[in-house]
Unconditional design. Structure first.
Length: 419
């Protein structure tokens, strides 16, 4: 019985994907190739190794097929795996440390140091469809930075792309020199230039970073963006609970402790965080013919990446399959750090089938800003936290997607597989 559902879901995904790829065939700026096999290579090595791979291929003799692209740091990310990206950030006391960083103390403050390199690269956005991207560490979206409220985030940034870039953080940043805009501090960084950005991780929440060079819309839609997660500090929450709620009434001791517990579940240095399955999704889009409108939509870059592919209906996906649902344990609380990097469209949205969820706009509060909804929308750069509980659902496939139906049919269509 489940296999019936699975195969029809797989058929629909396949038809939509074929239609999308077919619609792009005629686009002269899209370089089509038969990379279906190559796409399936699991990409554990792809995430976070941008700069070393960039350096290794800097004489890119075999990379001459990109026409006008000849960047110093050019390399390919065909093995980028949206499934690995989903959870590729530092999580939980269980020590999942998959974004390289150095952590040390300095002047009584925890410093988290990251290395970012901007490069020109080619990414696969659908089977056989490539997009000439500009990317932090060679991946779109860029690496997910995670820190605890009050930490110093230090990003050593080098631009190896052909265009001038910056990193602009959506944080409360007290130093204009660190704002990552052309007008302030080092301004834009030309090819080969470096700068070290330093930002205090504040406020707690889920945030956005992106390049702020002009023309802005091109620098963003080419792929220079990512997520910053700032975990709330439970001790600070205990002292200043009112900063974390949108609630005018009295804060009782019970309520205060409830907020502290919630903060622990959000803080990757506490064991309570291990009980939550956390995911990062960046809603993005691609204008493959550079006409100012998008042809492909996705969460985490690959159209239909979390759709249904080949399966035996028992949770076993065909090796090398490029698309598969996000498998979740129904007994675990699910948390999605969601942001919208879609260019050229005013808003994007997230809609769940057969399910309602709580939403924390910008993730800056510990109580939901929207309770029990099945659709939220975000304008560009808006972000938030979605918390979903599937514990009373039967196992199987549950769709989620943009509820702009056009976006869904052009790639932003996904499934949770509840097991
Ligand atoms: Cu840029």
């Amino acid at each position: 019985m489940p296999s019936l559902d699975y195969s029809s879901a797989a058929d629909v995904t396949k038809r939509l994907e074929e239609r999308l790829v077919e619609s792009l065939t005629g686009e002269t700026s899209v370089s089509r190739r038969t990379v279906l096999g190559g796409l399936g290579v699991a990409g554990s090595a792809a995430v976070g190794l941008g700069s070393s791979r960039a350096a290794a291929s800097s004489d890119h003799d075999d990379e001459d097929d990109h026409g006008n692209f000849g960047a110093v740091g050019e390399y390919r990310d065909l093995d980028f795996d949206p499934h690995e990206f989903l959870t590729a950030f530092n999580t939980g006391g269980s020590g999942q440390d998959n974004v390289p960083q150095q952590v040390y103390e300095e002047d009584g403050r925890t410093v988290r140091e990251f290395e970012f390199t901007a490069v020109d690269t080619t990414i696969a956005i659908a089977p056989g469809v490539e997009f000439q991207a500009w990317a932090y560490n060679g991946q779109v979206p860029g690496p997910t930075i995670r820190a605890v409220e009050g930490d110093l985030i230090r990003v050593k940034f080098t631009n190896l792309g052909r265009h001038a870039h910056t990193i602009h953080p959506h944080l409360k940043n007290l130093n204009p020199r660190m704002d990552g805009i052309p007008q302030n501090g080092p301004g834009v960084l030309d090819t080969g230039e470096s700068f070290t950005y330093e930002w205090i991780a504040q406020p707690a929440g889920t945030h956005f970073y992106h390049c702020h060079s002009l023309p802005l819309k091109e620098h963003i839609h080419r792929g220079l963006y990512g997520t910053i997660i700032v975990d709330p500090d439970p001790e600070r929450v205990r002292e200043n609970p009112r900063e974390y709620v949108n609630y005018p009434g009295p804060i009782t001791d019970d309520f205060r402790e409830q907020l502290v517990e919630e903060a622990k579940s959000r803080n990757h240095e506490y064991a309570e965080n291990d009980a939550v399955n956390e995911m990062v999704m960046v809603m993005n889009s691609f204008d493959t013919n550079f006409d100012g409108g998008n042809e492909v939509y996705a969460a985490n870059t690959r159209a239909f990446g979390y759709g249904v592919g080949d399966t035996d209906g028992e949770g076993n996906w065909t090796a090398g399959e490029t698309k598969r649902p996000i498998q979740i344990n129904k007994n675990e609380r699910q948390r999605v750090y969601l942001s919208n990097a879609t260019e050229f469209d005013l808003i994007n949205s997230f809609h769940t089938h057969s399910q309602f969820f709580d939403y924390y706009d910008h993730g800056t509060t510990l109580t939901p800003t929207l309770k029990n909804v099945d659709t939220i929308m975000q304008c560009q750069a808006q972000r938030g936290i979605i918390e979903i509980d599937y514990s009373d659902h039967q196992p199987g496939l549950y769709m989620f997607h943009a509820h702009q139906s056009e976006f869904a049919e052009l790639g932003w269509m996904s499934f949770f597989e509840v097991v």
